[in-house]
Ligand binder design. Structure first.
Ligand code: MN
Length: 362
């Protein structure tokens, strides 16, 4: 083994001796030999690629513990870890980006600039329908749906008291449907308080316990914008100009494996852990929902649904049925025709000009 002094190794690796001493202290790159008398560090030529890798990973912002893991792997394993790390960074950044956009929006409304004032003069309304069905297999329905003039919500409860959990979460949001119109500028704070209330309500269930919890996906109407609150694997979709967009990201183990490139969407469909959640209200999980303010347009059609629909009906079919008449009924019928393995819930809402006929609820 050819040994280089720290100076020679620094030169060859284009890292400073100071950086090398730091990597040694952090146990990221130990010298091949330390002279017991002088304390001088010596490095093997074979350590050069690793030294460069450590430097690159530090530049990437990877935490030290993860760098240690990567360095212990072969090239293929290291590539996989770096891809997974970056997928997590992007997911976290996406959540922060949404929050930043939300805040910009809120402060723009507060600043009362011309464009936001115009928003308030072109008020639109929601026309909505909602239904939930037990399905063909489950002994009870633990989903809860709600649709009102301003609030649309789907919650999918789990655990022995799952039905109470989903019911309590939606009940805690219902006050948002009443009272005076919310300004888009205050909606972030109001929603966060409401979700905290929903989370506490789930925890306070008499039949409580860590195993009970619920998803919650809700849209709150502010007259021109929709505030979205989302936690779990229920979903919100938007049908606009004939295109279907999923506007929520599943907080599920399987989705995170897809994001990290460890699983393909096709493999996910039959994954044994596809119903495991990463986030929910209750269930001993972090009650941190995604919050977003969404610009609505006349002609938009929104769908909120539980995984009883998306687990068995592909997006392409959802798009076809959602575009048709009586979509709530036909979507639920489609899930049941596919075996109805889970409770299935749908809320469909159209954004319409205020001259439209009065609302109807199923
Ligand atoms: Mn479900």
């Amino acid at each position: 083994m050819e040994l280089l002094t720290i100076g020679a190794f620094a030169k060859a690796s284009r890292l400073s001796p100071k950086a090398l001493r730091l990597y040694d202290e952090l146990e990221l790159l130990r010298p091949a030999r330390v002279d017991p008398d002088t304390g001088y560090r010596y490095y093997a030529v074979e350590q050069l690629p690793q030294a460069r890798l450590v430097a690159w990973l530090r530049r990437l912002g990877m935490p030290l513990a993860e760098i240690r893991t990567v360095c212990a792997l072969d090239a293929a394993g290291a590539a996989r870890e770096i891809r997974a790390y970056w997928a997590r960074v992007e997911a976290e950044t996406a959540v922060r980006r949404d929050l930043a956009a939300f805040l910009v929006d809120q402060l723009t409304v507060e600043s009362g600039d011309v464009e936001s004032r115009r928003d308030h003069t072109t008020m639109l309304e929601l026309r909505y329908a909602a239904h939930t069905d037990r399905g063909h297999v489950r002994p009870a329905n633990q989903d809860t749906v709600y649709a009102g003039r301003r609030l649309l919500a789907v919650a999918d409860g789990f655990g022995p008291a799952g039905a109470s959990a989903s019911g309590a979460a939606v009940e805690a949001l219902r006050f948002l449907d009443e009272g005076e119109e919310l300004a888009a500028g205050s909606v972030l704070n109001v929603l966060e308080d409401a979700v905290r209330g929903a989370s506490e309500a789930v925890h306070d269930l008499a039949e409580g316990g860590e195993e009970n919890g619920t998803t919650l996906t809700a849209l709150l109407w502010t007259g021109s914008k929709l505030a979205l609150v989302h936690i779990g694997d229920s979903r919100a979709y938007l049908l606009r100009d004939g295109e279907l967009f999923r506007i929520t990201h599943d907080h599920s183990v399987v989705q995170s494996l897809i994001d990290e490139g460890r699983l393909t969407p096709e493999e996910a469909e039959s994954h044994p852990q596809r119903t495991l959640l990463l986030k929910a209200l209750g269930g001993g999980m972090a009650p941190l929902p995604d919050l977003r303010l969404h610009e609505a347009r006349a002609g938009d059609r929104y769908l909120l649904c539980s995984d009883g629909l998306t687990g068995v009906v592909p997006d392409e079919r959802i798009k076809e049925l959602l575009a048709g008449e009586d979509a709530v009924r036909t979507l639920i019928a489609e899930a049941n025709a596919a075996g109805g393995p889970d409770n299935v819930s749908c809320v469909v809402a159209d954004v319409v000009p205020p001259t439209h006929p009065p609302v109807s609820v199923e």
